[in-house]
Ligand binder design. Structure first.
Ligand SMILES: [Zn+2]
Ligand SMILES: [Zn+2]
Length: 358
């Protein structure tokens, strides 16, 4: 099923090898509707966010390497332009959908049955094990595409599909109740600035940790209770003391660590209050969380890993954006800028999220 002429080639950004050249191509081959396998859909991507994971994929930072050559990207928002014959789905050609990190999973294993499809051993990931959204036409899987509600602009939906879903899930894992203190570390970045908004939307008191006036200004708009510039608290123990002080003396009930720097994890273990949760989200390469067993037991600390979210988390995350409770800070640029965006990401200089027009 297809409702429009699908071109044979279209723009895409491709790298052949980890750390190899990042090449913008005008004439990347487009999978034709008759070549889709049952269950697959062809999505015309209007725009795509750029996530830190995309940079990790290109640099080969993770223990398991991505497919190569690779079209990265996993915050793609667009419309279905073709559905493979023999596919059972409620989607129709023309529907607005998002393609996110989790491209597909079996839906039958224990993980999938529990709604934890991200840990399915058969999971496929856009922009890692299968090509993703840094292209105009992407193949995805009907059962894992996320419906984008009417009235939500696609460039707003795009960063929610990974950054928003990930932090919304992490906040749910933190298990806080309205009025509790939550620290967001890396609060001015792509993940963090959304975490602050989801947290305030459900009535948490939020402290953002990051650095620089740009990021402070951004967080001030979101109703965060405090901003701590970590560069002003470099002395041994100073940051921990300050976090406890702003959270009423005892420290926060939970910390969501969205920063890509390792020190934030060990600081959080010291500043969260007894029974507090550390939710690990950011992925600094080669980093260990060093938790002292005695104090972890004695203080009833919970250390939780939280990796993206499931299909329902994605729908909930988009709904906050539709209702205007969460507004991604976005700057739109053309797809061909991707290499330059990676450079800016590496230097840590991007407040909010870059969205590329495909
Ligand atoms: Zn991501
Ligand atoms: Zn499964």
């Amino acid at each position: 099923m297809a409702n429009e002429q699908i071109p044979k080639t279209a723009p895409a950004v491709v790298f052949e090898k980890i750390n190899g050249p990042i090449v913008y191509k005008e004439d990347h081959p487009v999978t034709q509707p008759q070549d889709l396998k049952p269950g697959e859909v062809l999505v015309k991507i209007e725009c795509t966010g750029v996530c830190h994971t995309d940079l990790h994929a290109w640099k080969g930072d993770w223990p398991m390497p991505p497919k190569q050559p690779l079209v990265g990207g996993h915050e793609g928002a667009g419309h279905i332009v073709a559905i493979a014959d023999g596919t059972t789905t409620t989607f129709k050609v023309g529907d607005a959908v998002g393609i996110k990190w989790l491209a597909d999973s079996c839906l039958n294993c224990e993980n999938c049955r529990m709604g934890a499809e991200m840990t399915c051993s058969l999971a496929q990931c856009h922009g890692y094990t299968v090509d993703g959204s840094f292209q105009r036409y992407a193949v995805s899987y009907a059962r894992h595409c996320t419906p984008i509600p009417d009235g939500l602009p696609l460039e707003v939906a795009a960063p929610v599909l990974c950054a928003g879903v990930t932090v919304w899930k992490a906040i749910k894992e933190a298990n806080c109740k309205p009025g509790d203190w939550l620290v967001v570390s890396g609060a001015g970045g792509g993940l963090g600035h959304l975490a602050v908004q989801y947290a305030t939307a459900i009535g948490l008191r939020v402290v953002g940790i990051d650095t620089g006036d740009d990021k402070k200004k951004l967080l001030d708009q979101y109703g965060a209770d405090a901003f701590i510039d970590f560069k002003n608290f470099r002395d041994e123990g100073a940051l921990i003391k300050e976090v406890k002080r702003v959270c009423g003396g005892e420290g926060p009930h939970a910390a969501v660590i969205a920063s890509a720097g390792g020190a934030a994890y060990n600081d959080a273990l010291e500043y969260i209050r007894p029974h507090g949760s550390l939710v690990a989200v950011g992925l600094p390469p080669d980093t260990d969380i060093k938790a002292n067993v005695f104090w972890t037991v004695f203080r009833n600390v919970r250390i939780i890993g939280s990796y993206v979210g499931n299909r329902q988390d994605a729908i909930e995350a988009l709904d906050f954006a539709l209702r205007g409770k969460v507004k991604p800070q976005i700057v739109t640029e053309p797809l061909k800028n991707l290499e330059d965006v990676y450079k800016r990401m590496e230097s840590g200089g991007i407040p909010g999220r870059i969205v590329l027009k495909c």
